[in-house]
Design a protein around this ligand. Structure first.
Ligand code: TMP
Ligand code: ASP
Length: 237
């Protein structure tokens, strides 16, 4: 399958059309941004890690009954996916307090929740992806009630599968962000990526951060963190 015209360039990926109108090629870049593009940089090799890790996890999730957009890995950075219309909601699941949760509620990071939480952000760069509840999402017609129910069900299932998977690799899955899309027939599938850009991973023994927080917070060792989590994931294959 060949790339035809570029459809879209995001902060971390490009999307190309193909000769098949139902398929696209996603191409992962090393570019990194944070705080809605305010902080910019590159993380050498990130595109390869995020592409290959996303594809491994999407295949694991498909087997567990979560439909995804994944079709085929084409190269280190390029993947063939089903064409979707992205539902403009960022779906965030948390197992442990961190990031904006800790900040918003004035609690420390690292509190293990009895039950995972879910929240939505309205995917809108001009507004800075504001937090939104399901009633507001319905009012804005971002998704239907049925779609929101399906998305919630899949998101918690993804959490169950990935939490176990990462624990076996000596990694705590703290929180993560998912995006879903609609196929042409309206079916909801998991889309976008699942990577150190979109998840918080802490080493199970030391709590060392193995994700993009090292870039967001200028902690150093960014490339090493991506390499380490990638090494564990590929060993766990
Ligand atoms: P938060 O604590 O900053 O709200 O982030 C929650 C999770 O979502 C964390 O794993 C990082 C991920 N995330 C993204 O993938 N994209 C974003 O734009 C933001 C803000 C967070
Ligand atoms: N990539 C996002 C941005 O640039 C934010 C993040 O991941 O922290 O806004």
């Amino acid at each position: 399958m060949e790339k035809t015209e570029q459809l879209y360039e995001g902060k971390a990926k490009k999307v190309f059309a193909t000769t098949d109108e139902n398929l696209c090629i996603v191409s992962y870049k090393d570019d990194a941004t944070a705080f809605n593009g305010l902080k910019k940089g590159t993380i050498a090799g990130k595109g390869v890690v995020n592409n290959r890790m996303t594809n491994l996890l999407m295949q694991l999730l498909e087997k567990a009954g979560v439909p995804t957009h994944f079709v085929k890995e084409l190269s280190d950075r390029d993947t063939l996916v089903k064409k979707v219309k992205i539902v403009p909601l960022e779906v965030i699941i948390r197992n442990v307090s961190a990031g904006s949760f800790a900040k918003r509620y004035g609690v420390e990071e690292g509190i293990v929740f009895d039950e995972p939480t879910i929240e939505f952000s309205y995917k809108n760069d001009d507004l800075g992806d504001p937090l939104i509840n399901s009633y507001h999402a319905l009012a804005l017609r971002l998704a239907t009630k049925e779609e929101i129910e399906t998305i919630k069900k899949y998101a918690f299932k993804v959490n169950e599968v990935l939490k176990q998977y990462f624990l076996h690799l000596g990694v705590k899955l703290i929180d993560f962000k998912l995006e879903f899309g609609r196929l042409t027939d309206g079916t909801i599938v998991l889309a976008d990526e699942i990577s150190p850009d979109t998840c918080r991973f802490w080493d199970a023994k030391t709590n060392e951060k193995l994700d993009k927080d090292r870039f967001r917070r200028d902690m150093g060792g960014v490339e090493d963190a991506y390499a380490e989590i990638f090494k564990r994931v590929t060993k766990g294959e």
